[in-house]
Design a binder for this molecule. Sequence first.
Ligand code: FMN
Length: 387
Amino acid sequence: MNRRRFLRYLRQSPLYAMAAEMVGQSPASALEVLDFIPIAQKNIQSQHWAYLMGGSDDNATVRANEEAYSKWRIRARRHVDMTKIDLAVDLFGRRLAHPLILAPAAAHEAFHPDGESATARGAAAKKAQMILSTNASRNVRQVAKDYGGPLWFQLYSFSDFEVNRALVRNAEESGCTVLAVTVDSVGGSPRIMQARGGVKTEQRCKACHDASEQGYYKEHGNFDGIDMTRALVGGPGRAVTWAVLEKLRAATKMKIVVKGVMTAEDASAAYRAGVDGLIVSNHGGRAENSMQGTLDALPEIVEVINGRIPVIVDGGIRRGVDIFKALALGASAVGIGRPYIWGLGAYGQAGVEKVIDLLLAELRGIMGSAGTTAVRHISPLSIERRV
Ligand SMILES: Cc1cc2nc3c(=O)[nH]c(=O)nc-3n(C[C@H](O)[C@H](O)[C@H](O)COP(=O)(O)O)c2cc1C
């Protein structure tokens, strides 16, 4: 039984839940991000919890994302002066304090009444770049104020380009500097855990929500003021292809990043279409049941991109050592989804802050052990594949 399987086995036992609850009694007492799980689960309504935790089919790709990190180990190095560790990274013309990004997740009010405002304040306090979802509970103008700096905006591309144009304009006017266009999840994927949780269709539960398409737009702040009643709208576009990037390029000055690439072929196609960066992602195992972990896909994409544009990866990161491995395999930065939502669900802003603190402290620790004093010193030589 490998370490992750063993941890999962432990997590399922009632004793673990009790112990984790004790250490997680306050954000300060959490020892690892997993400590937030039982507290968040208690606070979050069960259908929303199933929506959060679920992946495609039987969650095999959620597990593949996590397990991909177990295939690598660290090459420890000694006697390097570690008094200063530099986490800064340069991305899209800006210096970020560290490489940990909060990936876009829909509808934060499903997890905490303060929604994206709490996430944004927590991210800002810990200098983490935040990407706001198209399907956020709160509007980008509001969240940009809470964040107090340039957000990145995630776009689901609609078949009706006028909707994209309006979403992009609002993001740009709110100071967003990067547009992350999500290209996965257009095929639709059965999320069985979510369905069992009582959610008949994504994010809608007839008991509490207006399950019509228009009802959905009304509950998600970024659609405020946009005419979503036109016949063409009909949800994010299934017929969208790489050609949409050209139109987006003409519509915005923001940098354009494509989120959801999993193969070298698509990385090349996106590069040819002129994107400024890529996010290797399978939507946290929710896009399709490929059983391909994002870290497994990273090397072929890094190889084909060959340093020409930044490559970011998300999916399955639960520890600082996971961040280290992704950076060693060539990622310029990493994203987390569920972990910060566990923090949000457990303690609101304070939980988000603690999740970021824990992961960065763990990252600093492993950088010290591997003799790498700056992110740019982390290289393929820092890790090796387990045999
Ligand atoms: C509850 C939830 C909602 C999400 N909503 C979005 C979204 O609106 N747009 C998007 O591009 N990705 C979305 N994602 C995917 C995340 O951006 C990210 O790719 C994924 O969570 C990373 O995997 P992790 O949860 O294992 O860290 C969502 C993920 C979760 C768990």
